[in-house]
Structures are given as C-alpha cells and as structure tokens.
Design a protein. Structure first.
Length: 563
C-alpha cells in the first residue's frame, strides 16, 4: 500500500513538473511573439527608408527556420501551387513542355509526348518569343511558368521562332500528369524493371500496376530503381513495401517530441509479389521515403540493395495551415526502420561555428540486427549489400551541361536525321562526335579542373607562408602543363561526353521513355542486378548473411550494438 502511495505521489509530482514545463513553454512563446510583433511594427513605422512589409516578414521567418533544418520551411500563398506540385500532387495545368534560358533567350528544352505542345508540333529548340501576347524577354523563370500554366481548357497563344521564321501556335492547356513511375517493363534476361522517381500521390498504386503488368511476363526477378528519388509521402512508401512483404509486418516507426507524432506503420494487406527475387537500386540522391523502402526491405531481408550509400535523411515533415492561405512544413519526427535504426546522417541539433550541421561521428553509430541477424548501422543512410562505384562527371562535361552546349547540336541532329529505328541501342558515331567537338571551337569552355583547383589552393598557401617566390617557377610550369592537358579533355573524356550527348539527342525522338531505354546499355547498377539474378546461390548467401555478407557498411570506428 505504501509503495502504491509513493507511486501515485511520484506520478502526480511528475505530471506537475510536465504541466509546469508546458505552461512555462507557452509563456515563453507568448512573450517572444509579443516582442517580435512589436519589433516588426516599429521597424515598418519608423525605419528611415520605405520597407517592404511582406518581404521583411518572410526574411525574418526564413532566418528563424534556417537555424533548424533545411526541411522546415514557410510557404506563402504565392508559392502554394509550386509547393503542391513538388511535395503532394503529380498534376498541373499546362502545355507539356519544359523551357531553358540560353544567352537571355527562352527555348523549348523538352516536349512531353501526348500533351498540347507535342500535339501542336512544338519542338525542342523552338525559341519562345511571346506567351499570350506578352514578350518573354527579360522575364524571370517563375514568371514564364505562371504564363504557361493555368486551368485545363484555357488557351495559350505562343509566338515561336524556328529557323529564323516566326510561327504562331494556338494551344489549349491540359492536365499534365507527371507520373511517379516514369518507366516500367522487361529489360532483358527475364528481368522486370520499375523506375520510381518520387513518392507523391498514387505512387503505391502506380508501382502496383507496373508490378502486376510485369508479373504477366513471368519474370525471374524485379528491379526497383530508386536512384535520384528524393522521397515524398511516407504512407506511399509503406504501400510499396507492402507489395513485397506479408501483412502485419513493421515497416517504419516515426518518433517525435510530441507523443502524438509517434506512429508505427505496418503492412496492411496481402502482398502482390511475396517471393519474387527483388533488387533495389539506390545512390547518394536516394532520400527520405526512398530510404524507408530500401531500409525496410533490407532489414526484413526481403530485397538486395545495389548501388551507393543513400543520402541519409531520417526526418519526417508535416504541413500546418497558417493564416491567409499560407502554410509551414515542419520536421516533427525521426523515422526508424524495422531493425530500429535511424539513418539520419546530419546532426541539425549541433552545428559548427559556421552554422553547418555536422555528420554523426562513426563512434556514435549503433549496430542493429536484420530479421535474419545481419548487421546494419544507424546514422549514415542505407548502405548497399552490393556496392557499385558511382560515375562522376568530369569538370569539362559538367561545364558543357551547365552552359547548354549540347542543346544546339542535338536539335540540328534531329533536323538532319528525321527518324531513328529505336532508342534501345542508339549510339552516335565517331564522325558525329567529331562534328560536335567542332561546334565547340568558338564556344567558351572555361572551367576549372580538380587539379587546377588544388594548384590554386597550393599557390594561395605558398603566398600566406611567404614562399611564393621560391616556388613560383615550379607552379607556373605546372599551370602551363595543366592548361595544355585541358586541350585534350574532349578526347580523354570522350566516352562520358558522348553518353550525355546521346541522351540529349534520343529525347528529341523518343521523349523520356526513349532516354531511359537508351541509358540501359551504360547502366552499371542494372548490369550488377542482372548478374546477381543469374546467381541464385549469391542471392541466398546475401539474404542469410553468409560470410562477408554478415556485416553491411560497418563504420570505421567501434560502434555500440542493439541485440
């Protein structure tokens, strides 16, 4: 009885502390709101120059949120539609064309198959002079988007410039759908392939539809491609895991400071493909919901992960409505995969002197067991079961991309060759590559190679240490050699430049689908998946954790373990 009394007393005392803490927090919030409102009012009334009240407020809000993490953000009413397109919906009213500014002029960059621009014979390379009678010269990109987008069924009048001739085009906007699944089908060797670009509305159903269509082909394995997928809606990730995992299996748990934000998500239906061998492709740009799917399938020993370590975003956001049709997206929780690990890489609660979040130290990472006892680790993304080194583009290739120097050649190629047989095996010839290189003779190819960057740092260090005179001759000689070697970069990096150019060209003929199909011939991660599906013994060894497959991505320093 005495223990019960003390227990009740302790509970009452604890509740009192929590209640007091909550009231104190409310008081501090209220106090600081009063200070902020008064400050904002006095500045707008008394500052010597005119102030832009909405901009001043947004600047203050953005600065406040910047101290937290990059995912907590304020969205004013003017940006709501763009926000929904980015984070929620895959549909918008428009003409189905993307644009690019080159030397101050606006060009059609790419056309989507089957939409108004495509149906009206708008082509990549067309210059847009005006939209609904409004000249686009001098406009910002957001202004151009606002002019092109609008409700389905409304008209858009374009004046295009093609081969020096003005061409009027009358289009009617349609509902443009940007599917979550950009490609699905068989890719040879009896392998089914699903490319999932985002986790927005209906992602789970799109993957299910693709999977069921592929199953009619009796595949021997499925590749789910999550590379460059930055995530989206958590619930869609749960639905996708459920396609491959039995009912009532834990997929992910989110835990927040607010107990109402602590939620457990389990599979809720019978799977579509419970035993079909599965490979998931990830890279350094696979984040958030992509990592929930990859992490859950790895923890449940249901799928094999191939590629590079994922981004490492283990945070959950929720939106809250604010006055005047604005909203705020707030990080409300961290999520944990079935083994119990959180894959969050950066520690936003502890930043360095420059306000930058630091990575969690290897020594703080904890080991967790998968369903069959393999070792996985927290704090640094999802580490693949089979690592394939990433392709990194050279500085010259990045410069060509950033300066849109593939654009004109791809357009001219299409004019000279109106049709191609197929996308799958397309490659340009050496003569085509030489012709492309010749178009760059008069172009600005200025870029800084990695070695040049290191040399500049070395030169700056020598000057700081008053040794620049001693090493000046050597540094100048090295700089001259580097300048000379850059002249051969178009030759030494021919293979990767050629691949990017082919991508630009093939999209002129076969749109996005053709671009994806054409890339398969160079895809190292897909090749690794095909090789794996041909080796059932290796698949079983990985999933059981035999030998070297027991430990997945062990940090370099000692870690704690959870058994």
């Amino acid at each position: 009885m005495k223990k019960l009394k003390y227990g009740l007393l302790a509970a009452t005392f604890g509740f009192a502390i929590l209640s007091f803490s909550f009231k104190e927090d409310l008081f501090l919030v209220s106090k600081n709101l009063d200070i902020f409102a008064s400050l904002y009012k006095e500045i707008n009334i008394n500052y010597v120059d005119d102030t832009n009240a909405p901009l001043l407020m947004k600047t203050g809000i953005d600065a406040m949120l910047e101290s937290l993490d990059p995912y907590t953000e304020y969205v004013p009413e003017s940006e709501i539609e763009d926000y929904k397109l980015k984070y929620v919906s895959t549909q918008y009213g428009g003409i189905g064309a993307s644009t690019v500014f080159i030397e101050g002029r606006l060009f059609v960059n790419e056309v989507s198959e089957g939409y108004p621009a495509n149906k009206s014979d708008v082509k990549a390379g067309d210059q847009i002079v005006s939209i609904n009678g409004i000249a686009v010269k001098g406009k910002e990109r957001i202004e151009v988007s606002q002019l092109l987008r609008g409700p389905k069924g409304t008209p858009v009048d374009l004046i295009l410039l093609r081969d020096g001739k003005e061409m009027p085009k009358k289009l009617v906007r349609d509902e443009i759908k940007q599917p979550n699944v950009s490609y699905s089908g068989m890719v040879g060797d009896g392998i089914g392939y699903i490319k999932l670009d985002k986790f927005l509305e209906n992602a789970g159903q799109e993957v299910k539809d693709a999977l069921m269509a592929i199953q009619k082909e009796n595949p021997k394995g499925i590749v789910l491609d999550l590379r460059n997928n930055g995530g989206g809606i958590l619930q869609e990730a749960v639905k996708i895991v459920n396609l491959f995992v039995a009912k009532d299996q834990l997929v992910v748990t989110q835990k927040g400071k607010n107990v109402e934000k602590t939620i457990t998500y389990k599979t809720f239906a019978a799977p579509v493909a419970a035993s079909l061998p599965l490979v998931v492709l990830v890279n350094g740009n696979s984040a958030s919901a992509s990592e929930i799917v990859a992490g859950a399938l790895q923890d449940l020993d249901r799928g094999i992960i191939i590629g590079q370590r994922s981004y490492g975003k283990g945070l959950v956001q929720q939106t809250f409505n604010l006055p005047y049709n604005s909203l705020v997206k707030v990080t409300v929780a961290k999520y944990y995969t079935p083994s119990g690990r959180c894959i969050q890489k950066l520690d936003y609660a502890h930043k360095d002197a420059n306000g930058m979040a630091e990575r969690f130290a290897d020594s703080t990472m904890t080991m967790y067991p998968t369903k069959t006892g393999r070792n996985v680790y927290s704090g640094n993304g999802v580490y693949p079961d089979i690592v394939v080194d990433a392709d990194k583009l050279s500085p010259i290739t990045l410069s060509l991309i950033n300066k849109n120097l593939f654009f004109a050649f791809a357009n001219q190629y299409k004019k000279q060759k109106p049709s191609l047989a197929a996308a799958k095996d397309f490659q340009i010839s050496d003569a085509d590559y030489t012709a492309f290189a010749n178009t760059l003779v008069e172009k600005d190819l200025s870029y800084q190679s990695r070695t040049e960057r290191l040399l500049a740092e070395l030169q700056a260090s020598a000057e700081k240490e008053n040794k620049s005179v001693e090493v000046k001759t050597d540094l100048n000689n090295l700089k001259a050699r580097l300048t000379s070697s850059k002249k051969t970069d178009l030759t030494s990096h021919k293979a990767e430049i050629k691949r990017v150019l082919e991508t630009q060209i093939i999209s002129r003929y076969f749109y996005e689908k053709g671009r994806i199909e054409q890339s398969f011939q160079y895809d190292k991660e897909l090749a690794a998946a095909r090789k794996l599906f041909a080796n059932q013994a290796q698949i079983l060894a990985i999933l059981k954790g035999d030998g070297n497959y027991k430990v997945i991505g062990k940090p370099t320093k000692a870690t704690a373990s959870i058994d």
